[in-house]
Design a binder for this molecule. Structure first.
Ligand code: SF4
Ligand code: SF4
Length: 290
């Protein structure tokens, strides 16, 4: 089962929920547990889980390399590139590596076979263990614009026999879609404020387009207003859990300590969240099977 944990904006406590759900499952559930941190621009789940990393591998994409002696400047490659990564000038073809998505289209369609491919490193994948939790994350190189290939590399590590928790990048852009797609369920973490509601609505729109069932977790639930709850009621989106504002949690966060490693009383909240996810995934599977 794949559970993605997302939020329409940063700072809502998304990583806190992902990490503590993984810790809960590792303690209370007999299944294998994985945590994949797909927030590759700013991965920080490792700060809480402190995994022992034993794998580090560069992630590359193939970008075109033009052989000027074979190129006739016909312009076909620039026409087929959907990402404007190629420009045909009067005496050469320029390649903008940072824009290239590595689709291979230009190499395939060059009539002169003047295009070869070279690997461009865009980040690194690291993996290891935190207790019984299998941990994987990606680190995007500084200044790198494209997160998609690195997120895909992290997701290739999904173990079909495990419960996989995916920490999704914040927002609603392409890296979010890349991280969330294929999930059995998406938890959207938000705060009970007008800003939280606005970003929740955007995130719900994206995840619904992917056809993935949604549940909401309200963090710092005793602050703010009722807007998020009223919205969830109107949209028939279940609120699976509410985490109160608690000075102790803020202190734990600031020192890189996961809630369940220190505050046992929160076990009940994560147990309830997990039970509700399980039952809703079952309902969804039954509905799909007719
Ligand atoms: S398609 Fe090939 S031959 Fe034509 S401009 Fe591009 S590299 Fe040159
Ligand atoms: S590999 Fe794809 S994205 Fe990259 S330059 Fe060629 S056509 Fe464009």
């Amino acid at each position: 089962m794949i559970i993605s944990v997302a939020s329409g904006k940063g700072g809502t406590g998304k990583t806190t929920i992902a990490v503590n759900l993984a810790l809960f499952l590792a303690r209370e559930n007999s299944a294998k547990v994985q945590l994949l941190d797909c927030d590759v621009e700013e991965p920080n789940a490792h700060l809480f889980l402190k995994p022992k990393l034993d794998t580090s591998q560069p992630v590359t994409i193939p970008v075109p390399k033009i052989d000027d002696s074979m190129c006739t400047l016909c312009g076909r490659c620039a026409e087929v590139c959907a990402y404007n990564a190629l420009a045909v000038l009067k005496d050469q073809v320029m390649v903008f590596d940072q824009l290239c998505h590595g689709c291979g289209g230009c190499t395939l369609l060059c009539p002169e076979k003047a295009i070869a491919e070279k690997d461009r490193e865009m980040g690194v994948l690291e993996a290891g263990k935190s207790g019984s939790i299998n941990f994987v994350h990606g680190r995007l190189n500084i200044g790198e614009a494209m997160a998609g290939p690195l997120i895909r590399a992290v997701k290739e590590r999904i173990d079909p026999d495990a419960v996989t928790i995916i920490d999704v990048p914040p927002g609603t852009s392409c890296p979010v879609v890349e991280s969330v797609k294929g999930s059995d369920y998406t938890l959207l973490v938000t705060e009970p404020t007008p800003f939280g509601l606005n970003d929740l609505e955007l995130a719900v729109g994206v995840v619904r387009k992917l056809g993935i069932p949604i549940g909401v977790i309200i963090n710092r639930a005793d602050l703010g207003d009722r807007g998020v709850k009223d919205y969830c009621q109107r949209e028939a989106i279940p609120v699976l859990g509410e985490i109160p504002y608690d000075h102790k949690l803020a202190r734990l966060y600031s020192t890189g300590i996961a809630i369940l490693n220190e505050e046992e009383r929160y076990l009940q909240i994560f147990a309830r969240i997990w039970n509700l996810i399980e039952s809703q995934v079952q309902v969804e599977l039954q509905a799909q099977s007719g």
